[in-house]
Ligand binder design. Structure first.
Ligand code: ATP
Ligand code: MG
Length: 392
């Protein structure tokens, strides 16, 4: 008699990413994230057998649900829907025979890994014994280079895992291990991709969006909210600050020369984002800037803008071209949201001509008539906080 199978997600992480004394910290964060990603599904306790994670599916939890969730947990190298059986060759064989009986395949391979030398057979011997039995039972031939079916077996001291499909994980570092950053999220194509890349490097991202309501409509705010919602699947909980920027811009328009305005807006945005970063305990700011993409993104202007902030500004897209960024935006699913037409706050109050090289003197002269501190405080005092979570 075959026992009813226990099935669950077997998860592998990149050992290479976990070298050194941070290992324990990384694994703890990855475990917490796996639990968060599956918190509304019926699953067993998360276990950590020998260099892997295993999460048993219970009740009616479908594999597709776990598969979808874990495909956005950074730190996973690959994962699989695995049967858990006792570490005994005969029992492994029985489970495999019963699982492959319903499948049609003309060729197959067995990929066994004995993680511990205490198991009586070597990996090669397991491959041979199981290969022979499957071949006789199915009539299929062994093909190690491009088999229709691969039978994966991992033998650990107290249990063995069997699976038939290895799913590529998203890689990266578990969100939370690298600290918190504040990302300036515009509603355009670039900044959501920038946020995604920072999350993939283990950062928790707090979002800030500046809008020009009532001078513009609500579209950019709605887009920023949808983008933040989409990205929340990678970090499970997000905070989005929606900051009214229209009055600030009016003030800038009234008191400064047209050519420098975009730089002044950007510098004010950074000052506001930095205030939020301080409140949130964030250690850096993130933008979607890419070198040379528009006139405000020349090296001179990047320097002139960044001088307004004291925290480091991370620009994960700086060396990517629009095509690469767009490709990634499509993969993440942000492209469709980003390309909804809106009234960007910076283009609204922007003159046609923008300087490509501003000097520090020109900038400080331009900002002199402005009460920067007051503008920052006024905008932030009317900011709206949106909290998002995934799974909802
Ligand atoms: P994006 O596609 O992200 O909008 P962009 O190519 O339009 O970028 P810019 O308009 O120069 O480039 O903006 C550069 C960066 O400044 C953006 O990537 C974003 O990080 C930040 N930013 C610009 N406008 C806003 C806004 N309204 N709210 C928040 N951040 C903004
Ligand atoms: Mg933009």
């Amino acid at each position: 008699m075959l026992h009813p199978p226990t099935k669950g997600a077997l998860i592998h992480y990149h050992e290479i990413a976990l070298k050194g004394k941070n290992r324990g910290f990384f694994l703890k964060q990855l475990a917490a994230n796996l639990r968060m990603a599956s918190r509304d599904l019926e699953v067993g306790p998360l276990r950590r057998p020998a260099g892997r994670f295993y999460l048993e599916m219970r009740g009616g939890t479908p594999w597709e649900a776990l598969r979808e969730r874990f495909s956005s947990v950074f730190g996973i190298a690959n994962f699989a829907a695995a049967f858990r059986v006792p570490p005994d060759l005969e029992l492994m064989l029985k489970r495999i025979e019963s699982e492959v009986a319903g499948r049609s395949f003309a060729s197959f391979a067995v990929a066994a890994r004995r993680a511990f030398k205490t198991f009586p057979q070597t990996s090669q011997e397991i491959n041979q014994v199981i290969g022979t039995r499957v071949r006789l039972a199915s009539g299929a031939k062994v093909d190690l280079s491009s088999p229709d079916l691969t039978i994966y077996i991992e033998v650990l001291p107290d249990e063995a895992f069997i699976y038939f499909e290895k799913i590529q994980g998203p890689g990266g570092l578990p969100v939370g291990v690298s600290g918190t950053v504040v990302c300036l999220l515009s509603g355009g194509i670039d900044s959501p991709v920038a946020a995604y890349r920072m999350m993939k490097r283990g950062c928790r991202v707090v979002f800030v969006h500046f809008h020009s309501q009532p001078f513009a409509d609500r579209t950019s705010q709605e887009k920023a909210t949808e983008l933040a919602r989409l990205l929340t699947r990678y970090q499970f909980a997000s905070r989005l600050y929606v900051v009214p920027f229209g009055e600030t811009q009016q003030e800038v328009v009234a008191r400064t020369a047209g050519r420098f305005r975009v730089l002044v807006y950007r510098r004010l945005m950074l000052r506001m984002a930095e205030e939020i970063a301080r409140k949130e305990g964030a250690q850096a700011l993130v933008t979607g800037e890419s070198l040379g993409q528009v006139s405000s993104q020349t090296l001179e202007n990047i320097a002139a803008i960044e001088e307004a902030a004291t925290l480091p500004i991370l620009r994960p897209l700086v060396g990517m071209d629009k095509e690469e960024i767009t490709h990634q935006a499509r993969q993440i699913g942000s492209y469709e949201i980003s390309t909804i037409p809106d009234q960007d706050c910076c283009s609204m109050f922007t003159p046609r001509q923008v300087v490509t090289r501003a000097t520090d003197d020109e900038i400080s002269l331009t900002e002199r008539p402005l009460d920067l501190e007051l503008l920052v405080q006024q905008a932030l005092s009317t900011a709206r906080l949106v909290e998002l979570s995934f799974p909802a």
